[in-house]
Design a protein around this ligand. Structure first.
Ligand SMILES: NC(=O)c1ccc[n+]([C@@H]2O[C@H](COP(=O)([O-])OP(=O)(O)OC[C@H]3O[C@@H](n4cnc5c(N)ncnc54)[C@H](OP(=O)(O)O)[C@@H]3O)[C@@H](O)[C@H]2O)c1
Length: 348
């Protein structure tokens, strides 16, 4: 063992998850992380993401990425600081975004790493509005939904990382935007973001009627982060030639097919000439730079606002993950794992 070995805690998958996650599905272990080899660097985690979509990989079955195995470090996007480097393009103190998961220290190669330059937004924004959720919002609205001015865009999980930014981008296209969120605090924030209407699905007895009330001219674009009964209720309210964009299905992750809600209102596809399209944001990887530049401009101009729900300490990651499925996050759910050795950015 080298003298420069560092201790690191890591959170691993302890058992396969069927249904909603609980903190007991994970285990924290402490391991030794050796010095980096040739072409590698050693990184210290500052923030790690908490992604509901990861649940689709935790039941032992394949998603669009391979399933995780028992004992694997929980997958996540990460922003961290280079501790030591044996790669010519990285130096100690550099800030990088990668995907080394829920751990304090890791040895990684350069593939998939992106250096982050200090800027006016906090570093954590690299995992939120400038990370996968922000990029998902950007492409789902601009490339798939393509709302026209005056059309109604309905967004589920509108107080979440993807939904909140997507709704604001749709507003920038001149659309009328309606959000669906759970609870008064989330609805109030979604209204503050400039959504034209917000409906609290937890307070509505009849979701189909509630969508009809808030979208009287029909839904031109439905950006769905939820699936299940909410998707079905939206289908019944789609306007002629409406587009359903499937970003996520949080009600269906970890649920066996026979227990899923299913779609009951498919005739609407024919009567109203609808389209429904799913997508994976990584399909647009060659345009991430363009999207980040637009998001960064909108944030600096105050046209796109965002919030982060930051849980403290690596040990809080499993309960933060379980909390997302109970709607405990307002904005992007993240875990703060460490602090940078210098202060690279102004606090939010
Ligand atoms: N296609 C892609 O490439 C891609 C990329 C990234 C993310 N995604 C997907 O985008 C979706 C949003 O991700 P995110 O990171 O922005 O998560 P998020 O919206 O910030 O958090 C999840 C939210 O889902 C809502 N929710 C949970 N259970 C629900 C239920 N039973 N019914 C209705 N709402 C429920 C909760 O909000 P309420 O309190 O309002 O219910 C919760 O806060 C996820 O489904 C994710 O998998 C897709």
């Amino acid at each position: 063992m080298s003298d420069s070995t560092l201790k690191s805690r890591q959170v691993v998958l302890a058992r396969y998850i069927h249904g909603h996650p609980s903190p007991e599905d994970f285990r924290t272990e402490t391991i030794d992380i050796p010095a980096p080899g040739d072409g590698q660097l050693r990184v210290r985690t500052l923030y790690a993401s908490v992604d509901p979509g990861a649940l689709a990989r935790l039941g032992g079955e394949a998603s669009y990425v391979p399933p995780m195995a028992l004992g694997d470090v929980m997958a996540s996007a990460v922003v961290g600081e280079v501790v030591d480097s044996r790669h010519e393009q990285f130096s100690p103190g550099d800030l990088v975004v990668g995907s080394w998961g829920w751990c304090e220290v890791a040895v990684v190669g350069p593939k998939g790493l992106r250096k982050v330059e200090p800027g006016p937004e906090p570093l954590s924004a690299e995992l939120g509005v400038f990370g996968i959720p922000g990029l998902t919002s950007y492409f789902s609205i601009l490339e798939l939904g393509k709302p026209r001015a005056g059309e109604t865009v309905l967004v589920s999980s509108a107080a979440g990382a993807v939904g909140s930014v997507a709704g604001q981008i749709a507003k920038l296209q001149g659309a009328r935007v309606v959000g669906i969120a759970g609870g008064p605090a989330k609805c109030a924030w979604v209204r503050e973001l400039g959504f034209d209407e917000v409906l609290d699905y937890r307070a509505e007895k009849d979701l189909t009627a509630a969508i009809q009330r808030t979208c009287p001219e029909g839904v031109g674009v439905y950006l769905d982060n939820v699936g299940g009964a909410m998707l079905d209720a939206a289908l019944l309210n789609m306007a002629l030639r409406g587009r359903v964009v499937l970003s996520g299905l949080i009600t269906e992750y970890g649920v066996p097919p026979e227990q899923r809600h299913g779609l009951k209102h498919t005739p609407r596809f024919i009567t109203h000439r609808l389209r429904m399209e799913g997508f994976v944001v990584f399909d647009y990887a060659d345009r991430f730079r363009e999207a980040r530049a637009a998001l960064s401009r909108w944030v600096s101009e105050g046209k796109v606002k965002y919030r982060e729900h930051v849980a403290e300490g690596l040990e809080s990651a499993p309960s933060a993950f379980a909390g997302v499925f109970r709607g405990e996050n307002l904005g992007r759910m993240l875990v703060r794992v460490g602090s940078p050795s210098r202060t690279p950015r102004a606090p939010s």
